[in-house]
Write a protein that binds this ligand. Sequence first.
Ligand code: PEP
Length: 646
Amino acid sequence: MRVPSIREIRTGGRTVFLRADLNVPVENGVVMDESRIIATLPTLRHVLDQGSPVVLASHLGRPRGAPDQKYTMAPVAEKLSEILEDYEVLFIDRTIGPRVEAMAMGLCPGQVLVIENLRFHPGEEKNDREFALDLAKLAHIYVNDAFGTCHREHASTAGVPAAMGGGYTGLLVEKELEAFGRMVAHPRKPFTVLMGGAKVSDKVAMIAHVLPKLDNLLIGGAMAFTFIRSRGVATGRSLVEEDRIETAGEIMRAAEKAGVNLVLPVDFVCSQSPDGPPVTVPWDRIPEDMAGYDIGPESVELFRDVLMKSGTIVWNGPMGLFEVEPFDAATREIALILGDATSGGAITIVGGGDSLRAVTEAGALEKVTHASTGGGASLELLQGNELPALGHIAVKGLRPLMGANWKMNGTRQGALDFLDDMMLGNSMHFGADVVLFPPFTLIGGLSAAAEDAGVRLGGQDIHWEPGGAFTGEVSPGMLLEAGCSWFLAGHSERRHIFGETDAVVARKLQAGIAAGLKGILCVGETLAQRESGNTAIVVGKQVEAALHGISGADPSNLVVAYEPVWAIGTGKNATPEEAQKMHVFIRERIGVILGKDFAEEVRIIYGGSVTPGNSGGILSQPDVNGALVGGASLGSESFLDILASL
Ligand code: PEP
C-alpha cells in the first residue's frame, strides 16, 4: 500500500481539510499537555506556508456522539492560537452545516478554522456517509495527520477521503510510517526489539511478525515472568499470564530455531507489595511470598550490552512498575541507554505510553530517532498489518521517479527558471519524485528554490572517499552539505568516456548510500553488446557487481536506471516492450541479490532519449517506474510534458 504524502503536492492556495489528533488533556478549559498540538505543527505550517487555509478537525475524549462542553475543542483552538502566533486561528462551535461551510469557504490564506469535536456528531464513529459528505464540503484537499486514529475507520479518517477521492498523509503520519515501515522492514543490523509491559498476549502477534528479521529479543517487564515460568521456574507472587505460559515457550523455541538471541532478565527487584521494601534477587530465586516489580541492575547491564551494539532498536513497554518508585529505575535507565545508543549511531524507535514517558523524563526524547504518538496504530504496523484509514488515501504502484540529468549543461539562472517552472507544474500533482541533477557548481545555490518547487537535487557523480587528495572529485558529505539527497552512480558516460569499471561503480554506490544519500545505479549495454546477444549478461553483471554485499540499501534509497548506451543522447530508444522486458529482468536479478520483497519495491527507471513524444508509451509499462531524462530535461517545457505523461 503506497500512501502519498502532503510533501508530494503543492496545495497552491486550495483549502485543506486536516484531520489531526488533538486529543489533549483538558482541565477546567485549559490544555494541560500540548504535545499533540506541537506534533501536528509541521504539517500545519507546511500547508499554511504554501498559502492554503486549513480546516482543522479532531476528536477529543469520549463524548459518545453528542455535544458535551467538557470536551469542546475551544481550549485547543485557543492554545493553538497562542502557539501559532504568525497565523490566525478561528473556532466554530459545530462540525458541519451551512455556517461552517460559509466560514470554511471564506477562509483566507494564513487562516486556520478549528471545527468542533468530531465525536459530538453520532456520525463520526459510525463512519456515516452523510456526515462524511458534509465534512468533505469544507475543503478541496484531504490530509490525514492523526496517526493515533489511523487504525480506525471513522467518518473523518475513512468517509471523508473516500468522498474527496483520496488525499495525503501529513508529515507526522509520514514519519510514523517511515519508522514502523521502512526502518523495521529493512533494519540496520543488528536489529533488537526490547519488549516490556505486563502481558505477553498484547505482543505475541508483533513478536511473531518481527522474529524472522531479529537478531536480539530482550524481554523485560512483568511479561518476563510468564517466560520464566515456561522454563519451569517458580516466580513467587509475580504477575504471570497462566494461559500464555505455553505461548511464551513457543516463542522461546521459535527464537532458538531462528537463531535469535532471546535475553531474559537475570535479576529482579522484588517486594511483598508495591509499597514494601525492595530486595534484589537472582531470576530463579524469587521468594515465594514476593513479586518482582522491576528488572534488576544486572539485567539492565546485560540489556545495555546488547542495545549498545545494535543498529536498530524498537522499544515498547516498561521494564517494571514504572508508576511506583523505586520500581521505575530500570525503565528510566533503559531510556538513557536508548539515548546513548542513538548518539552512537543506532536507529531507535520508542512506542507505548510508559516507555515514551520514561524517555521524556530522562531527557532522551530529542535524542531517539522516533518517538511514536500512537500506541494502537504502531502496534498494528509492527504486527505487519495495514492501517485501515490509510487504505482510503492509498494509490496503486510505486511512486515514479523522474530525473533531469543536465550533464555538463546549464547556468544558474537557467536552473532557477527551471525550478520556478517546476513549482507551477508540480502544483498539478504528478505524484512523482522529481530530481534535478545539475552540474556540481550549481547545486549549492539551488537548495531553496528546489525546496519551494518540491524538487530534490542530486549529484551526477560521487567519489567514495570522505575527503583528501582527489583533485576534481566530490565526496558524499559534500553533496549532502550542498543540499543533495540523490546521486548517480555508473552513468554510461562515466563508464564509457571516463572508463569507470563495475568495481568503481559499486564503491561509489555503496559509499553514497552508506553516507545517507539515495543512489541511482545506471546500467545498460552498448550497441555491440546488444548486437552480439549479450545484453542480459552485461546488465546482469553490472547489477550484481554494484549490489552484491551492499549495506544500508532499502527500496527508498536505491533506484536502478536501465539506460541502454546506444539510446543515450542518440535519438534512438528501446520500445516500450523492450524496456519492460529488461526491467523485469533487472527486477529478477535484484530479487536474487537482495530478496524478492526488496526487488518488488525498488523503482527501476528507464533512460535513453526519452522525449514528450515517446514517454507515454514507455512510462505506461508496469515495471517502468519513472525515467532519467537527459537532453529533453534541459527545457522545462519538454520536461513538464514528459511529467504530464505519467
Ligand atoms: C541520461 O543522461 O541519462 C540520458 C538518458 O540522456 P538522454 O535523455 O539525452 O538520452
